[in-house]
Design a protein. Structure first.
Length: 277
């Protein structure tokens, strides 16, 4: 099927002629008056009339231009609509063929992924719970030009790299309470740099908490306590209740232990004032 244009476009006018030169010369001469016109209070009425006449001239020129454009575009618009209709007819089978090609390519791509997954499973060993095939899968592996043997080697290299990086992280943070968190962060993208940034953040937080705790333990604490000594009536039904107020000065741990003693022995107390940290 060949597209054959049957209209001779050479017969179409290459230029749409009209009295352009004469009209331009005449208008240029006449418009000098209006270009130099100074509107005053006495001439405002005539100025409005001049403006109306000039607008009529513009409208006349524009009307002619639009009419010529319409008549020139009539055959083209018809031609364009017919061409678009033919294109739509051709596109339908193109889409159908394209869908079948993509389906065929997807099948081939999945077959390749299945082979690579088998290679992964055979090589992964005891790291299957940590290293996931879908997370190291590269979309480019599905390209027809990518050779299976090359991709198998790349998978094995990736697994070896991840194993070594995990060993390094486990050794470096073996004595750190946040080691598990660092390993978890690494496994999100198998990225050492990402894990190290996260580890540095956790280390800063740990150091800050340690400093706060040390300051709290080393600074003496002064508390004024009013306590109500109360024995459980079920245990000592004949003992009378009494009250006693005293001030306690000691370290954080000493005050903490004293509080625990009173709680353990059923002594009711109320903290009135605390001095220090």
């Amino acid at each position: 099927m060949d597209f054959k244009l049957q209209t001779d476009l050479n017969t179409l006018p290459s230029v749409i002629e009209f009295n352009y030169s004469e009209l331009k010369a005449e208008m240029t001469e006449r418009l000098k008056y209006y270009n130099n016109l100074v509107v005053s209070e006495n001439s405002i009425k005539s100025a409005k009339a001049d403006k109306a006449n000039l607008n009529k001239l513009i409208a006349a020129i524009e009307s002619e231009r639009k009419e010529v454009k319409r008549r020139c575009l009539e055959p083209y618009n018809d031609f364009e609509a017919k061409c678009k209709e033919l294109v739509m007819l051709v596109k339908a089978p193109v889409v159908a063929i394209d869908n079948q090609i993509k389906e065929f390519e997807n099948i081939k791509k999945q077959e390749k992924y299945d082979k690579l997954k088998s290679c992964f499973d055979n090589y992964i060993g005891d790291m299957a719970d940590i290293i996931k095939f879908d997370k190291i899968l590269n979309p480019k592996w599905g390209n027809a030009t990518a050779k299976i043997d090359t991709l198998k080697a790349e998978i094995e290299d990736n697994i070896d790299r991840i194993k070594k990086e995990l060993e390094t992280l486990n050794a470096e943070y073996a004595d750190k309470p946040y080691k598990a968190a660092v390993i978890t962060e690494y496994c999100k993208a198998y990225s050492t740099s990402q894990a190290l940034v996260y580890a540095a953040q956790l280390q800063r937080e740990e150091e800050l908490q340690r400093k706060v705790l040390e300051q709290t333990k080393t600074q003496p604490v002064q508390q004024e306590v009013v306590q109500t000594v109360s024995a459980s009536q079920s245990q000592q039904p004949k003992e009378q209740l009494g009250t006693c107020a005293f001030r306690v000065i000691g370290t954080y741990n000493q005050i903490k232990n004293l509080r625990k003693f009173m709680v353990d022995n059923g002594i009711k107390f109320e903290t009135i004032k605390t001095e220090g940290n």
